[in-house]
Design a binder for this molecule. Structure first.
Ligand SMILES: *Cc1c(COP(=O)(O)O)cnc(C)c1O
Length: 433
């Protein structure tokens, strides 16, 4: 009866599972429940065993309308990025090999020219993620010295990742200037001492500061840093290369703009608005990039070949100028209301739901408060919203939905079209069971 599970799980994991089920059943009986029938126990073992065999890291359908959902893995990759990753992972590659000379090459050489071309920078490299990029830049350029940051930017990014903590971890002494809402060039100027190594600017990715505020323009900070021979490190967070105003969104700062404004180093994530794999990209002036490459942490934080292949394929779309058409994150941002409405109508008809006007959000620490108009499908209220949402999460594949005003709603914007049939099947089953 349990033979297939034994093959899938292996004998000891299956034995653990059965012991656990029996212990649960004994506890239930001790608490007054009737003893379970054998068939019931076997059924429980099969269900739980199948879930165990599938593992806990499984694909889900994101019907939340949050495009860069950090908990759901941020940006989906383009098909050719996946293909590139597959090719490099399944055999050997020129990762650190120079074909012409038949000798050792450098893994950075694949990336740097492309990164420079799409951002306008002189030099660049990649590490594991943007947190690692910050740690590396701060450690290599500022350890044992001072780093100046505006009080309004000494922020927490998410998941407990705090800029002041990463500065301390890098051995940089934090010098905060200005106030939470207003910081002037003169505040930075007055704080510069012979101990200063860098000025740090952090983009407020996940909140907005409104009202009586003042920030120093990046170009002015860059000029100040230049005069004193300091590095201006600009943590952009999302690393956008496409003007978001074209889609009716607020302007997300562009990497090219930071480079052009004269930042010494600009760091950003690979899997936010760039639309690639998890990575931390650092671009800027050669004199600041080179010490990073030579620092021992660079080796500890370097990206692997599979990620590198996917990243290169992603960046090539920016080089060719077809990122909006080819990268899933930009396809979703660019999706027009009419095409979303067409899909929503089809779903509503199939599921017995109603259409609602609504909004999708960017998420993932990009464009806080910014939304895109969408058409939602509100599912029929046959059972309480949290119960229905839980049933959708138990589907195969799990469907993650949003609850708005006591109704479960689905946003077509974040459901890639190849997933539509699966989505409808899971939702139909959840509504019926
Ligand atoms: C998201 C973010 C980070 C962290 O990037 P990861 O790639 O998740 O490590 C750092 N700084 C800012 C401003 C961010 O928005």
């Amino acid at each position: 009866m349990l033979a297939p599970l034994r093959t899938e799980l292996g004998p000891s994991a299956l034995a653990d599972l059965l012991r656990e089920l029996l212990a649960e059943a004994r506890r239930a009986v001790a608490a007054g429940a009737p003893p379970p029938r054998e068939e019931e126990l076997l059924q429980r073992a099969r269900e739980r065993g199948e879930r165990l065999a599938a593992g806990s890291l499984v694909p889900v359908i994101n019907a939340t309308g949050v495009l860069l959902h950090t908990n759901l893995g941020r940006a989906p990759l383009a098909e050719d990025a996946l293909q590139a990753a597959r090719e490099v992972a399944s055999g050997y590659s020129t990762l650190e090999y120079d074909l012409e000379r038949g000798q050792r090459g450098a893994r950075d050489h694949h990336l740097e020219p492309l990164l420079c071309q799409v951002t306008g920078a002189e030099a660049g490299l990649a590490v594991n993620n943007n947190a690692a990029a910050l740690l590396l830049a701060l450690s290599a350029l500022g350890a044992g010295r001072e780093g100046i940051i505006s009080r309004g930017q000494a922020v927490e990014i998410g998941g407990g990742f705090r800029i002041p903590d990463v500065m301390r971890q890098s051995g940089v002494r934090l010098v905060e200037v200005g106030t939470t809402n207003r910081t002037y060039l003169s505040d930075y100027q007055a704080a510069i001492t012979p101990e200063t190594a860098l000025l740090l600017r952090v983009h407020r990715s996940n909140f907005a500061l409104l009202g009586f505020t003042h920030e120093v323009a990046l170009a002015d900070l860059a000029a100040l840093a230049e005069r004193h021979g300091l590095c201006l490190l600009d943590d952009l967070g999302s690393g956008c290369l496409i003007d978001t105003r074209r889609f009716g969104l607020a302007p997300e700062p562009l990497v090219q703009e930071s480079v052009a404004a004269g930042a010494g180093l600009v760091c950003f994530s690979g899997d936010k608005l760039l639309g690639g794999p998890q990575a931390g990209l650092i671009v800027g002036k050669r004199r600041w990039v080179e010490p990073l490459r030579r620092h021992p942490l660079a080796r500890a934080l370097r990206i692997d070949k599979v990620t590198l292949a996917a990243l290169l394929a992603t960046l090539r779309h920016y080089q060719r100028g077809d990122a909006e058409q080819a990268l899933p994150i930009w396809q979703m941002i660019a999706a027009r209301r009419e095409s979303l409405a067409t899909r929503a109508e089809r779903w509503a008809a199939a599921l017995g739901g109603e259409l609602r006007e609504g909004v999708s959000t960017i998420g993932g620490g990009s464009l806080p408060g910014q939304t895109l108009p969408t058409v939602l499908v509100a599912l029929p209220p046959r059972l309480p919203a949290d119960q229905l949402a839980a049933r959708l999460r138990a589907g195969r594949p799990p469907v993650i939905a949003r609850v708005v005003e006591e109704r479960v709603v689905l946003d077509p914007r974040t459901v890639v079209s190849g997933q539509e049939a699966q989505l409808l099947a899971v939702v139909k089953a959840a509504l019926q069971s």
